[in-house]
Write a protein that binds this ligand. Structure first.
Ligand SMILES: [Zn+2]
Length: 324
């Protein structure tokens, strides 16, 4: 017999002497199976994942579930309330895992979540968006040299998988090292819900649950290709000015392509931006102004997999735009 429970996990206290509690929905399926966590908004302004979790809780019925799903729409409560990435004192919660019970405020919150949720799971998915002022192509990040992480990442069904274990102290890295393989979904932008990205995120999570026998198998919509990329780099502006960008997330760009220009206030081109490498655009700035060093485009480099990507985009009739 399955059941769904909504609980609050107390992780801290506020200046008003009230509890800071994380809302947690625990869905225990009718049949036995693995335990998985899906959580969002470790960065308090990256709220699109909260909409993915909401859709997930709406779709998942404990009668049809095998195993246990732990769903958390918002982890970083102070950041969420302030619409900020950070905890108080400008601390990035995603640098403090696995946390410390008697440590600073961020370490204590991290330790509660890590001990009560993460370590009780078999695997997990951490939902993010691009940082403030940027927008990302939906993609997966994780340690792709880890066979179980790679299995989860492939099952999610995104086209681009970036092989990045994550910074020390990040949830995905520390959870994976503690024996709970975890992937990160990066998509969209801060302080927004995008219907397209919520749908892609929900589909990916359900794909993973099906792959591990937790959810009935369904017709999986596969991406036109799937590549693991080992390296990504930011293309930065060399000049200050007004940005006129020609590319979007998902575009395939070739080394030497003109991908934009930086203009002066008279509208004259100060400098052209050229692609220093061949790859898929996985993130772009949403801010139209630059100074020397502003990150403008985030590119995942393609080498051996380039022909596969070219063939797939051609087949799906998107060659003219070379866009995913
Ligand atoms: Zn984030």
């Amino acid at each position: 017999m399955g059941e769904t429970r909504e609980i609050y996990l107390k992780v801290s206290e506020s200046y008003l002497a009230s509890s800071i509690q994380i809302p947690v929905t625990v869905i225990r399926g009718r049949a036995p199976g693995p335990t998985a966590f899906v959580l969002a908004a470790i960065h308090g302004d990256e709220i699109n994942g909260a909409d993915i979790v909401r859709r997930l809780m709406f779709d998942i019925d404990h009668e049809k579930l095998s195993g246990t799903l732990i769903a958390i729409p918002v982890v970083n409560i102070p950041g969420f309330l302030a619409q900020s990435r950070y905890l108080p004192y400008h601390r990035d919660l995603n640098r403090f895992f696995p946390g410390k019970r008697k440590g600073n405020n961020a370490e204590r919150i991290a330790a509660r979540l890590f001990n009560e949720i993460i370590l009780k799971s078999d695997f997990g998915i951490d939902l993010h968006t691009a940082a403030d002022g940027r927008v990302n192509l939906p993609h997966i990040r994780g340690d792709m040299t880890h066979p179980r992480v790679r299995h989860i990442a492939r099952a999610f069904g995104a086209a681009v998988l970036v092989n990045q274990a994550g910074m020390p102290g990040s949830l995905r890295r520390e959870a994976t090292e503690a024996g709970v393989p975890t992937i990160l979904f990066e998509a969209g932008e801060t302080r927004r819900f995008s219907n397209r990205i919520s749908a892609a995120g929900l589909r990916g999570v359900l794909n993973v649950l099906s792959e591990f026998g937790m959810w009935p198998a369904h017709e999986q919509e596969r991406p036109p290709f799937q590549v693991i990329v080992k390296a990504s780099e930011w293309i930065r502006a060399e000049k200050g000015g007004i940005l006129d960008l020609n590319v979007r997330p998902g575009d395939l760009i070739y080394k030497g392509d003109v991908i934009g220009a930086i203009l002066n206030p008279f509208g004259k081109t100060v400098t052209q931006l050229r692609a220093p490498t061949t790859g898929i655009v996985i993130g772009v700035t949403t801010a139209p102004l630059t100074v020397p060093g502003t990150g403008v485009i985030h590119v995942a480099r393609l080498k051996k997999t380039l022909p596969l990507v070219e063939r797939s985009l051609k087949k799906s009739g998107k060659r003219a735009r070379r866009r995913l």
